[in-house]
Design a protein around this ligand. Structure first.
Ligand code: WQD
Length: 339
């Protein structure tokens, strides 16, 4: 089965390509390298022994896309490509709406023109907005998101739902990720954002290797056990395998399906720091700061549906993810400083 992976050199995309190859899929990657590096292709090959076909193209480029679809004859698409920085999206909404929506439209047009019927969309728990209650199930209400980034996920889910109602022979999986963290155990794949990380684990990774002095804990006055924010942190390797299971589900012609991909467990910021120190042996200094605008107190998944319908079950826990993320950060820092 030949799968197009857009954004396949990114953090989640690259781990998913490894999992797809390990499970016997043929992988083709389209990535414009806006938020990724071409060297990741070498690393996928090092890990799997297979070098995916790669096109350095922008998914919005419909003519290039048509050439690729004409040549490759895809059986399915996994669509990761898109801008994903929440804070940046608030400052640059037009850039986010244009890029994330136009790239999706181009793919959907090619699906119609080249008779591709299977589509997996990289969605996000952010579509639930401020939860009424946790754990969140797939029936929890989708709300207008707290950022233009989140809103693009809400809109694309709606577009896919409407198109799915027309193309009765299409199979579409909306995968709502919670908080992906960690890295591949080889230390070759992981998340290494440029500049000061917005997200917790990449920030802790940089504190752990001495690039940043301490973690700013955004608020300890939330209605949670220790007052700090609670999230569902899922190891990126578990998340990647969830895409393999979703593709297998689509081969049973289910139409449009929706799954939360999380661990089903909430972990607070202070618990993450404690787990990180235990997993790595590195002391992580922190200071309590005011809350960050837009943060919700608690957000974690019900995994019942994904377990029942996909057979999805996380293999790794928060300490595994902290250890693997730290190992990747150390290795990446050494690679970049030994060039
Ligand atoms: C986690 C917790 C913070 C940084 C984001 C996106 C979401 C999704 C997942 C794509 C919160 C606290 C954080 C720091 C802190 N991405 N924190 N100090 O906000 O849950 O979700 O990533 O789909 O769309 O919004 O993740 O890692 O930023 O925050 O105390 O320096 O850590 O308050 O409680 P978030 P996060």
């Amino acid at each position: 089965m030949k799968v197009l992976v857009t954004g396949g050199l990114g953090f989640i995309g690259s781990h998913t390509c490894v999992s797809l190859i390990e499970n016997g899929f043929d992988v083709v990657i389209i990535d414009n390298l806006y938020n990724s590096k071409e060297v990741v292709l070498d690393r996928i090959e090092t890990i799997t022994g297979v070098r995916p076909t790669f096109y350095k193209k922008d998914v919005q480029d419909l003519e290039s896309l048509r050439e690729i679809f004409k040549k490759e004859h895809f059986d399915a698409i996994i669509h990761f490509a898109g801008y994903k920085a929440v804070g940046e999206s608030v400052k640059k909404p037009l850039m986010y709406y244009e890029n994330n929506l136009e790239s999706t439209f181009a793919l959907l047009k090619c699906m119609e023109e080249f008779d591709v019927k299977n589509f997996v969309f990289s969605s996000s728990a952010t579509v639930y907005g401020l939860p009424d209650k946790v754990p969140l199930t797939e029936d929890s209400p989708v709300k207008s998101a707290t950022s233009p980034y989140g809103e693009t996920k809400v809109m694309i889910e709606r577009i896919l739902t409407d198109i799915g109602n027309v193309h009765k022979d299409w199979n579409i999986a909306l995968l709502r990720y919670f908080n992906p963290i960690g890295a591949h155990k080889s230390g070759l794949l992981g998340e290494d954002p440029n500049g000061i990380p917005n997200n917790l684990l990449p920030y802790i990774n940089k504190v752990a290797i001495g690039l940043l002095p301490k973690v700013n804990v955004f608020g300890n006055d939330y209605p949670t056990p220790d007052g700090t924010g609670v999230r569902d942190y899922i190891h990126v390797v578990d998340l990647a395998y969830g895409h393999v299971l979703a593709l297998k589900k689509l081969s049973t012609n289910p139409g449009l399906v929706i799954y939360n991909l999380g661990t089903g467990k909430g972990t607070s910021v202070l618990e993450v720091i404690k787990a990180y120190e235990k997993a790595t042996g590195v002391k992580i200094n922190y200071v309590i700061c005011p809350r960050r605008d837009g943060d919700v107190p608690e957000n974690y998944a019900s995994t019942t549906k994904a377990e029942k319908e996909l057979g999805f079950k996380c293999k790794y826990n928060i300490e595994d993810a902290c250890r693997d993320g730290y190992n990747f950060q150390k290795a990446e820092f050494e690679r970049q400083n030994n060039k």
